[in-house]
Every structure is written in C-alpha cells, then in structure tokens.
Design a protein around this ligand. Sequence first.
Ligand SMILES: Cc1cc2nc3c(=O)[nH]c(=O)nc-3n(C[C@H](O)[C@H](O)[C@H](O)COP(=O)(O)OP(=O)(O)OC[C@H]3O[C@@H](n4cnc5c(N)ncnc54)[C@H](O)[C@@H]3O)c2cc1C
Length: 501
Amino acid sequence: MYDIIIIGGGVVGCSIARWLSQYKLDIALLERSSDVCEGTSKANSGICHAGYDAKTGTLKAMLNVRGSKMMEALSKELGFGYRKCGSMVLCFDENDKDKLVELYDRGLKNGVEDLKILSGKEALGIEPNLSKDVVCALHAPTGAIVDPFTLTVAMAENAAINGVTFKLCHEVTGIQKESGHYRIHVTKHPSLTDHEQKEYDEEAKIVINAAGLYADKIHNMVSSAKISITPKRGEYMLLDTTAGSFVQRTIFQLPTAKGKGVLITPTTHGNLLVGPTALDIEDKEDIETTLEGLSEIKEKSVLSAPGVPLREVITSFSGLRAKLTERCDVINPDDLNKEGDFMIGEVPDAKGFIDVAGIESPGLSAAPAIAEYVSKIVEKMTDPPLKESFIPQRKVHIPFHNADNKTRLEYIKEDPLYGNIICRCCMVTEAEIVNAIKSPVGATTSDAIKRRTGAGMGRCQSGFCNPRVVEIISRALNVPQEAVCKNDTGSEFLVNGKEDK
Ligand SMILES: Cc1cc2nc3c(=O)[nH]c(=O)nc-3n(C[C@H](O)[C@H](O)[C@H](O)COP(=O)(O)OP(=O)(O)OC[C@H]3O[C@@H](n4cnc5c(N)ncnc54)[C@H](O)[C@@H]3O)c2cc1C
C-alpha cells in the first residue's frame, strides 16, 4: 500500500511528486501515456506569467505570483529552460486605456513587482517591431518564458531520484473507497519494453487527482458531487529560430470587446511562437489544427506587429485548456473555491482524496506553488517527517549546442558519442540521446527524446534525425526498430515487411 498515489504526469502531477518526495512517504505516480508531459503540459505558450491577469483573492492569483517568484531559482536547481524576458500588454485604443490601468492595479494587488505603464513611444523604443498603432502598454519585467518540457521532466526525474515510483502506461480506470484507504483499478498498457497488458489494483491512503482534462472523470469515481471539464482548444504557429529575436519580450494584446487577442513570444528554444486561439470543443483528444484557427492567428498577430515573419513557420500545434464547467466544494487551507478558479482541495465526501482540477492557464507558471500548496494539505492529513537524504538538485550537462569548443572537446573525450551529431538542426549528439534514455524517468519514444534533448525540434521537424533516433532507441533498449513509437502504442514509424504480408 502506498502512502500517496498521484494520478497524472503533467507539470502539476510531476511538481507535486517532486515536492512530496522530500518527505518520508511511499509515493507512486500513475500516468496513462508512455511518458510524462504528454497532455496539456506539452502544448501551451510556455509563459511564466507575472500574475496581473488572475482575479485578486483567488488561488489562481496567489499561486501564479508565488510560482512566478519560485521559478527562476528552481530552474537553476533543476536545470530547465527559463528566461526572465519580461512581457508587455498592448493597448491600441485610447478608449481601452482604463482596462490596461485595471490590469496594472490588479497586478499591484496580486503582489506583482516592477509593473509600469509605458507610452506607445516607450513601448516601441524597446520593441521596435511593434505596430505604430500602440497607444500604451503594460510592462511586466518579471514575466518570463519557461520550457514546459524540461520543467516537467526535471520535476519527474528529481522526484524519481528522491524515491517516487513512476508508472508510465498505467491508466486509472476506477477507484473504490475502502476503510482508511483507496483501491485503484489500473489498466497497464503495453509499453516498448513490457508488452503485457493487464488489469490490476493499487492501494493508497491518499489519492491526488492531477489528471488534467480527465480530472472530472477521476473525481466522479469517488464523489457524489459531480464535476465536469470542457476542453478549450488553442492553436499555434511555431516559427523558426531565424525569427526568434523578432521580439525580445512576450507580447500580449489587451482583451477588448472584439476578443482576447493572440500573443507573440520568443521561446526558450530560440523560436518565435504565435497564438493561441480559443475554441470550446467536445472531444478531449481533438488536438487538430485548422485553416480557420491559423488564419485567425495571422489576422490577429499582425495587429501587434505587422512584420511578424509568419512565412518562417516550421510547424503548427494545438493544446487543450481544462475548463471546469461544473465544480463542487473542496476543503483547502484558505477556504478558496470560487467560480473560474483552480479547484484544489480535499473532497468533502472522499476523505484523503485531493482534487487538483481545472488547472487552466496559468497552471504552468503556478505548478511549483500548486505543489507547495498541495503538500500543505497533505501535511495536515499525515504530518509526514522530512527525509534527511532529500536531494533538491538535478545534475545536468550544458547541452552540446550551447557549450563552447573546449567543453565540447572534454565531452567527446569523456564519451565519444558526443562526437556524433544526430539532429543537425539543433545540434543534438548521440550521447545526449542515450543519456535521455538512461535517465531516471527514461525516454522510450521519439517524442520523449525530443522533449528531453531538443532532437527533432528544428527546421526539418525531425525529417532527417528521426530514423537515427529510432535506431538509437532500438539499440539502447534492445527492441526491434519496428516497435519504436512516436508516442503511445499505435504510433510506430516502421512496419515489419514480413508480418505485413
Ligand atoms: C493553449 C494553452 C496555452 C497555455 N499557456 C500557458 C502559459 O503560457 N502559461 C501557463 O502558466 N499556463 C499555460 N497554459 C496552462 C497549462 O498548460 C496547464 O495549466 C498545465 O499544463 C496543466 O497541467 P496538468 O498537469 O494539470 O495537466 P496535463 O499536462 O494534461 O497532465 C494530466 C495528465 O494526466 C494523465 N491522465 C489523464 N487521465 C488519466 C488516467 N485515467 N490515468 C492516468 N493518467 C491520466 C494525462 O495523460 C496527462 O499526462 C496553457 C494551456 C493551453 C491549453
């Protein structure tokens, strides 16, 4: 029996796992996909929001500002991509200026530091590619960009090093309340290295529901007060690194009566990201991109910066926001559970069951603070002792593409596989790919390699390196190349000719 089972290996579940791994607790994380960061956490804007957006007095506001303040130190401790580049909200109409001032005031109330309202001229002075129509702008120097992939993976790896058991390809299909604990029905799906499919039960004293879009399904397994989550899709265009310095900061548009606008932002990988749209849909798996969505991005982005080089697009993608459309009571230290807010707390009719639901934006920014908050709830339940052996840091090498030549030579001397460039666009070496496979929550798919090393993220979008990545995974894990997948089972790249006949 585990002390705690966390359901969901997104940024929220992995951050909670990492936070709780400092206590003497026996913890497992169950994730239905073949890797962590396969849900909403892999498809978002990658912004660490400063915290002026969320309504004052909500968990969203409190945890956003706290998360934003924690993120830089954590990025150093755990080695994930982060840059405090600042952000700007643009206002194009004198009549909307009040709304910008409202954001400024809210930011101050929420505890955001160094906010300033700039004139149009001042805004253009620091971001010359902006439209001349900008009347004024809210500047937040504490706004930042973060790499959602390495953030999530770093949390998971550090949790694993500190004793959390990660069970990938493990889907929770039912939960039963028993006296003093929960019985969790699990379907273990076949994985690259373990082909068995089986149904079995796990047991835990405390269950933490961090299942993202499916947090309603998990909650409804244990509570008579039902909740419901509706997906809201956001589409993006990702531009090549040649466009990466088009703007230095994240550029938002002030939401107006005409709509919410789209953002233009540099990414930690050096690209330029433009989007997202916002469309309520029904299917929680529908992550298609559409002509309408991409056209909307084009129309709206040129309002902020007429010269935005959309011809440099290298891929498009979409992510799904987990919008809570029906919520219920939960118990948390601040008695906060308002409409439109994150829903975090113990479920009244399911003692020991903690919901972390409705984690829309700014969930990525808030993830470390959400983890801290959830651990306060756990502390109240069990008062667990701290582990003396907790290791807060994660060891990371400077990536080969960022290292100077002297360091590169040292790497190659230590391991000749560093001399073998696999991804030419992003200069990722064979050694880095092998290390990603051997890491604590090791990569077994080509997408997992991409998230950990950047291989396949460049202009060719893995066209050249993917066959070699498949070969390396096959060799390192001693499996046939035909079994290697892009992500979950069914996404194999190669067909075995003999079997096909
Ligand atoms: C378009 C868009 C833009 C965004 N931009 C930003 C931004 O710039 N900044 C910001 O702060 N936030 C942003 N967000 C929000 C942020 O991405 C989310 O808040 C965050 O990723 C949610 O993480 P999560 O762990 O709750 O969910 P997920 O990442 O979805 O993780 C949930 C996990 O649970 C697993 N799971 C589900 N059901 C089961 C089951 N039955 N058994 C086992 N596992 C299960 C899933 O496979 C998944 O891996 C954005 C979101 C979207 C959609």
